[in-house]
Design a protein. Structure first.
Length: 392
């Protein structure tokens, strides 16, 4: 009877687990059942003085405890396995996310290094061409090559096999600005204003930033300030529901400044740590863009002067040099404190990150290397270049 009961229990439990048990699991359960029967036979329970119905209860409790313990182990193992899958080191995820860029830069550089033994002008010109074709940009490439030549001469390097390490050094220097590359949000309160053209992943980036900050234990509030697109408001609301963060919003066509004003009052009342504001992504009329952003900044200055402030520009890496032109336009309209570079996993021209940092003197603070919530990560120049140029 007990064996039938136990089998029924396991069967029900398995169905709840979406029938994921394999034949090996079933065999294992049968072995466990036999072990439970043996345990019950050798139990120290004094059956002579125990009523029959209580003996049955005791047997069932002992068996159920063992089954719960076993299924708990299976669940824990599955959970640990899932965590391991989700917890690929950032470096590994970065290398994976930069696969296309690695194919566009690293593999070509490696092929070039194998083609030449000694460093000569022809070798350096071909290296220069690889960087330009990877959307590093003409001006930035020339600066990198000048610095590379300087280091090669100073160290009297003649073998091409040594060039890669020197190139890493130079690139890291170009990606390291004098400005802080971390988010300036401590101590709270803080406000993050997110700007960028439509389609670059602005709203998605806001959702991911909010998720990361909430995971750190911070109280986060979102403001749907891109009121010119109903889809933008809806998209931010969906993100808010997904990650459990409230969104302050009004109807399509509302005054963005009014939305930001309401959000600031709500942030104060709720003692929010970080308020993240979306803004309209229009570049076709730069004057309107400037006026709109100027109005929002005045509201923040007046209503939230105590808050730490970040102005993050979201750029799409797949647009290459066009991203730099967008950045220059927005820089005229706002005091940008950092760059969020998205979709690095979708382009072979991730070298644009070097051009952005070099030409704008604005630090890249976050990079997107995948679609997952965890795939928008703080930017570390050393890790980035190592992942980009390291051996497979």
């Amino acid at each position: 009877m007990l064996k039938k009961f136990l089998k029924k229990f396991i069967k029900n439990n398995d169905s709840k687990e979406n029938n994921n048990l394999t034949e090996d699991n079933i065999v294992e359960n049968d072995i466990i059942l036999e072990e439970q029967e043996e345990i019950l036979k050798n139990s120290n329970v004094d059956t002579d003085n125990t009523p029959v119905y209580e003996k049955e209860n005791i047997k069932e409790e002992v068996a159920l405890d063992k089954i719960v313990e076993h299924t708990g182990d299976v669940e824990d193992a599955n959970e640990e396995s899932q965590k391991e899958n989700n917890k690929l080191s950032f470096f590994s995820r970065l290398k994976k996310g930069l696969l296309k860029t690695r194919q566009g830069i690293t593999e070509k550089i490696d092929t070039l290094l194998k083609s030449y033994k000694k460093i000569d002008e022809e070798f350096l010109e071909e290296l220069e061409e690889i960087l330009i074709m990877s959307d590093v940009g003409m001006d930035t490439t020339l600066k990198i090559m000048d610095k590379l030549r300087e280091k090669i001469n100073d160290r009297k390097i003649s073998e091409t096999s040594e060039v890669k390490e020197v190139l890493k050094e130079v690139m890291i220097e170009f990606l390291t600005t004098s400005k802080d590359s971390s988010l300036n949000i401590s101590p709270s309160p803080a406000i993050i204003l997110v700007i960028g053209v439509n389609g670059v992943g602005k709203t998605t980036s806001i959702g991911k930033i909010a998720y990361n900050l909430k995971s750190q234990g911070k109280k986060v509030l979102l403001a749907a300030g891109d009121t010119f697109r109903a889809a933008a408001i809806d998209q931010l609301k969906v993100w808010g529901e997904r990650i459990g963060v409230n969104v302050v919003h009004q109807s399509e066509g509302s005054d963005p400044g009014a939305v930001v004003f309401d959000a600031i009052q709500a942030a104060k009342a709720r003692k929010i740590d970080v308020l993240i504001c979306d803004t309209a992504g229009r570049l076709h009329n730069k004057k309107n863009l400037m006026n709109e952003l100027s109005k929002i900044f005045k509201i923040i200055d007046r209503e939230y002067p105590e808050a730490k402030r970040e102005v993050l520009l979201v750029l799409d890496a797949t647009t290459g040099q066009n991203a730099i032109q967008q950045a220059k336009t927005f820089k005229e309209a706002a005091n940008i404190t950092g760059i969020v570079l998205t979709k690095l996993d979708g382009t072979a021209k991730g070298g644009v990150i070097l051009g952005i940092t070099s030409e704008l003197d604005v630090p890249v603070k976050l990079i997107g290397i995948g679609e997952g919530k965890e795939d928008l990560q703080p930017f570390e120049p050393e890790e980035f270049i190592e992942a980009l140029l390291s051996e497979n």
